[in-house]
Design a binder for this molecule. Structure first.
Ligand SMILES: C[S@@+](CC[C@H](N)C(=O)[O-])C[C@H]1O[C@@H](n2cnc3c(N)ncnc32)[C@H](O)[C@@H]1O
Length: 180
């Protein structure tokens, strides 16, 4: 599998020291990107035992030595607890959300615990204010916005508050890319 990060960045010349990912999922990003950074940290609300049932993790998953998986930790709390002082240039890969596709048809309402993107942005932008080399990349951005107007306005409020320059990349389901 290939990490979605590589839709936006060429991983061979990936200019970051650290990746902080929210949502481990099936481990694609850790497996794919760990050779290209000094450290990679993933925050995952499920326990290892739950995700071990899903391929490709299973019994074959070998955790890269430069990775840390914070199992059973919710985002944005896990983000808030990180000591980022030695992280260097950091890519924040915000991907901690469950299915968005047809969420409304499936009766799923917006809940910031289930779709914590606005709170995650707030934590990262607050903690990294003054840092001028990070990048924040949010997966499924356009789809999340279109599906949940409340999420869209919470994100807009945050982006206005921190007055950041951002772009929306219209590849796949849309990425929000903020260069700090
Ligand atoms: C789309 S998958 C992540 C895929 C992975 N980031 C990748 O690039 O391969 C979403 C994951 O986020 C986790 N998740 C959802 N909400 C979360 C939250 N608030 N905190 C931590 N993990 C969360 C889910 O359990 C699921 O494993």
């Amino acid at each position: 599998m290939t990490s979605n990060i590589t839709y936006v960045f060429d991983k061979e010349s990936f200019p970051f020291d650290t990746i902080v990912e929210t949502g481990f999922g099936r481990g694609d990003t850790i497996i794919d990107m760990s050779p290209h950074v000094d450290r990679i940290i993933t925050i995952e609300m499920n326990s290892e035992s739950v995700l071990q049932m899903l391929p490709p993790i299973g019994v074959n998953f070998v955790q890269p030595p430069n990775s840390t998986i914070l199992w059973g930790t919710h985002s944005p709390d896990g983000l808030q607890s990180l000591d980022c002082s030695g992280f260097g240039r950091t890519m924040w890969w915000l991907d901690a959300h469950g299915g968005v596709s047809n969420a409304v048809d499936r009766g799923i309402e917006y809940d910031s615990k289930r779709y914590p993107l606005a709170d995650e942005l707030e934590v990262v932008l607050k903690n990294r204010s003054g840092v001028s080399s990070d990048c924040i990349l949010c997966d499924d951005y356009l789809m999340l916005r279109e599906t949940f107007p409340l999420l869209a306005s919470a994100v807009d409020k945050c982006l206005d508050k921190y007055d950041v320059v951002y772009e929306v990349l219209d590849v796949k389901k849309g990425y929000l890319k903020i260069n700090l």
